[in-house]
Design a protein around this ligand. Sequence first.
Ligand code: PRP
Ligand code: GUN
Ligand code: MG
Length: 162
Amino acid sequence: MTDNRYQHHFTVSWDQLHRDVRSLCHQLVERDFKGIVAITRGGLIPAALIARELDIRLIDTVCIKSYDEQAQGKLDVMKGVDHDGDGWLLVDDLVDTGKTARAVREMLPKAHFVTVYAKPEGRPLVDQYLTEVAQDCWIEFPWDLGHAYVEPLVNQIRSPKS
Ligand SMILES: O=P(O)(O)OC[C@H]1O[C@H](OP(=O)(O)OP(=O)(O)O)[C@H](O)[C@@H]1O
Ligand SMILES: Nc1nc2[nH]cnc2c(=O)[nH]1
Ligand SMILES: [Mg+2]
């Protein structure tokens, strides 16, 4: 389902994501963390890459869902953690409206919260992010995409199929 809040798409490839996460790690490498809390599911892949770069083996999750494709629904927290986040790195793929971030911040007020991508509404809720993306832009992640055939341009223009 699409939402007309989103007028543009920003497609992130696996390579781009990997480069972006590594760049974010350059800003984190001097700090010591007890472990990582990944916000599922989107935070799991950046969390795994960050764990590798920073040599962190202790990884926990906050399991939370707010979107069905582009439709934002009620926040569903399926699993929390039993500490306030002191000394922990909290990781998500992105912050958009900030609804997810606000809920997780309440659970882990002392964690250092990072995302790879941040939109303006949610940006103030994170401690660090790598790349800002416009509010009306939907970020397409590589795990949601596949390869598909594309009709040559000349066919699209001269004899478009519906
Ligand atoms: O700032 P917000 O407007 O709250 O949106 C950001 C959240 O939305 C996405 O998660 P989603 O709920 O789609 O679940 P997923 O991580 O399992 O894809 C994304 O991974 C963030 O966690
Ligand atoms: N994939 C994806 N999930 C989201 N959840 C909230 N905003 C976004 C977005 O821009 N892209
Ligand atoms: Mg998520």
